[in-house]
Design a binder for this molecule. Structure first.
Ligand code: FA5
Length: 342
């Protein structure tokens, strides 16, 4: 393994002498950390390393990954600055005095909520990532600890493509890519469209949106999760909110929780929105399972993490007082026109 790591380092040292532009640095990142990248393959080999050597080799591998990622990121930044400067100084000019077409649309209410949440999290140091809608079975299930034949797959039956890929059932499908892309400390949120083979009703759609978040660092605890969620909700609802955790189950978090928020509309006294219970079930969450960290090339002996998966349609319904999720996908202009860009 050590030899293989050295070989890759030598290869990179040779390669970087030839790199001329941003595209080539980006290609090198994919070559190293992409789906069948040289490093990705090395991480797969970790499963064959004898247990007593796993810690040491894992550390060496992680160090090498961090070193190379930093080198690539640094150069990508420099190159993109250079390319931007070139473009600014080039003869290409946009005539900003040209008249534009009159724009009469408004943002979809879900987009407005998504952007508000993104703004709150970015102000707390999170990056916003994108996920694929068509995903590999590995990323959607296996990487997040839902192996073949696990009963949790039944709860997320989805649409399978002929090539064996799936329409992603949850934003957690992006976790593995994100854990591999960044070196801890990681703070990322990733909104996206999800699909499930569901019986559609007022609160369930076959196509819906989630917004997921992960935090990975040394000594991350449930306290971090509660802090960030309370901050976000207080800003969205414009007042301090109270949350509570109940035990839950997800194969990719251990322990797992369901987070409820004290009803912001009646302050917990009971109203139609909280069905008189005083609490609204808001988002599942938990501490990232060590196996999920390992699958993402992160050593769970050194780092811990927490994750949450917010239903974006649910948040939109809450903040607009809509009581039927189907309205959000209906294209009903009478409804959608009521929401304007803030
Ligand atoms: C999940 O999808 C987990 N991946 C969330 C998670 C992430 C847990 C990270 C722990 C850590 P769940 O199936 O409960 O969990 O969906 C999360 C949210 O998505 C739900 O609370 C709900 O708001 C929304 N959701 C799920 N299914 C649907 C559906 N069919 N229609 C509309 N919203 C849905």
């Amino acid at each position: 393994m050590q030899n293989k790591i050295n070989e890759i380092k030598q290869y990179i040292l040779g390669k970087i002498k030839e790199i001329k532009d941003l595209k080539e640095w980006q290609a090198l990142r994919v070559e190293m950390f992409g789906k069948s990248g040289k490093f990705t393959e090395l991480f797969k080999l970790m499963r064959d390393v004898p247990a007593e050597e796993k810690g040491k080799i894992g550390q060496i591998l992680n160090n090498a990954k961090q070193e190379i990622e930093a080198l690539i990121t640094d150069n990508e930044r420099k190159m993109s600055e250079e390319e931007l400067n070139k473009e600014i100084n080039s003869a290409e000019r946009i005539d900003i005095t040209l008249p534009t077409e009159k724009c009469t649309g408004s943002l979809h209410p879900r987009t407005i909520i998504q952007r508000e949440i993104e703004e709150v999290f970015t102000s707390m140091g999170f990056v916003v990532e994108d996920g694929n809608e068509v995903e590999t079975e590995y990323n959607n299930f296996t990487a997040v600890n839902v192996p073949e034949n696990h009963p949790a797959r039944d709860m997320q039956d989805t649409f399978w493509l002929d090539n064996g890929e799936v329409l992603k059932t949850h934003t957690s499908a992006a976790q593995n890519r994100i854990l591999k892309k960044y070196t801890p400390p990681i703070r990322a949120i990733f909104p996206g469209r999800c699909f499930r083979n569901e019986d559609v009703d007022a609160s369930h759609e076959n196509t819906f949106f989630q917004l997921e978040g992960v935090i990975v660092d040394k000594d991350v605890s449930v306290g971090n999760l509660i802090y960030f969620m309370k901050e976000m909700l207080s800003k969205i609802f414009n007042k301090p909110v109270e949350v509570r955790l109940r035990p839950g189950f997800f194969p990719f978090t251990e322990p797992s929780f369901e987070m409820d928020v004290r009803c912001p509309f009646c302050d917990g006294k009971g109203c139609p929105t909280c069905k008189n219970g005083g609490w609204i079930e808001l988002c599942p969450c938990g501490m990232i399972h060590p196996q999920v960290l390992r699958n993402g090339g992160i050593d769970p002996e050194v780092y811990s993490g927490c994750a949450f998966g917010l239903g974006l349609d649910r948040m939109t319904m809450l903040s607009t007082n809509l009581n039927d999720i189907r309205e959000l996908n209906s294209g009903n202009l009478k409804l959608l026109k009521q929401f304007k860009i803030k």
